[in-house]
Design a protein around this ligand. Structure first.
Ligand code: 13P
Length: 247
């Protein structure tokens, strides 16, 4: 059985001093982790975090990547640049990027391609809004979002990580119940199975108010292969409890 993956998404939080303190606490506490661990950090801190986690159990992740390869795209960061800093994972299509930066399914799919081409594992985020859930559109929305990435990446789809993050559960303290999450994860697994013979290898993470108290139940579901953790990833004891609940 594959190891679960617990990835922290720091979002736009941190400072040199705060990162150092958080990472030292994580490094001290995570030595016996049974799962894979990553932190997805703001781009300016990649060098700092790369150095801090070198040779440890913690892998380095970024939060976004340009859909372009190189050139006149002011402010953008390319996959090759991320690779230069030892980045192993990169979030693509986080709902905050889709919502505040208008990222489309097609752009997200291209970003996943760019990451894969640079040897970086994209963590493809999908999820429905509250209105979509209430309108009974959850399945249709997440399948559409994942289909774009499957279509653009062909057989390489077994190399991605998928994160199911219901938008209504992000930063709200409302978690999808283990049953609700498992239901959607099973839909995503089935969709992956139709695209690759290696769908069982794909990590499907749950994200949205995952915390020390609810992690064990979520992580016990058959199709939940880890977590993508926001707020609780900024507090070492909370993140370490989630890591301890994973296998
Ligand atoms: P919270 O854990 O703060 O709800 O954030 C989830 C998330 O968006 C992780 O990418």
């Amino acid at each position: 059985m594959k190891k679960q993956l617990i990835a922290g998404n720091w979002k736009m939080n941190g400072s040199l001093a705060a990162n150092e303190a958080l990472l030292q606490a994580l490094l001290a506490g995570a030595t016996s982790a049974k799962c894979l661990v990553a932190v997805c950090v703001p781009a300016p801190y990649l060098a700092q975090v790369q150095q801090c986690v070198a040779g440890s159990i913690i892998d380095l992740g970024a939060q976004d990547v340009s859909q372009h390869e190189v050139g006149a795209f002011t402010g953008e960061v390319s996959a090759a640049m991320l690779r230069d800093f030892g980045v192993r994972y990169c979030l693509v299509g986080h709902s905050e990027r889709r919502q505040y930066h208008g990222e489309t399914d097609a752009e997200v799919a291209t970003k996943a391609q760019r990451a894969l081409a640079a040897g970086i594992t994209p963590i493809v985020c999908v999820g429905e809004t509250l209105a979509q859930r209430e309108a009974g559109q959850t399945e249709e929305v997440v399948k559409r979002q994942l289909a774009a990435v499957i279509h653009a990446n062909g057989h390489c789809i077994s190399e991605v990580v998928v994160a199911y993050e219901p938008v209504w559960a992000i930063g709200t303290g409302k978690t999808a119940s283990a049953e609700q999450a498992q239901q959607v994860h099973a839909v995503l697994r089935k969709q992956l199975q139709a695209a690759t013979a290696h769908a069982d290898r794909v990590h499907i993470l749950y994200g949205g108010s995952m915390n020390a108290a609810n992690a064990a139940e979520l992580l016990a579901q058959p199709d939940i292969d880890g977590g993508l953790v926001g707020g609780a990833a900024l507090k070492a004891p909370d993140f370490l409890s989630i890591i301890a609940a994973a296998h």
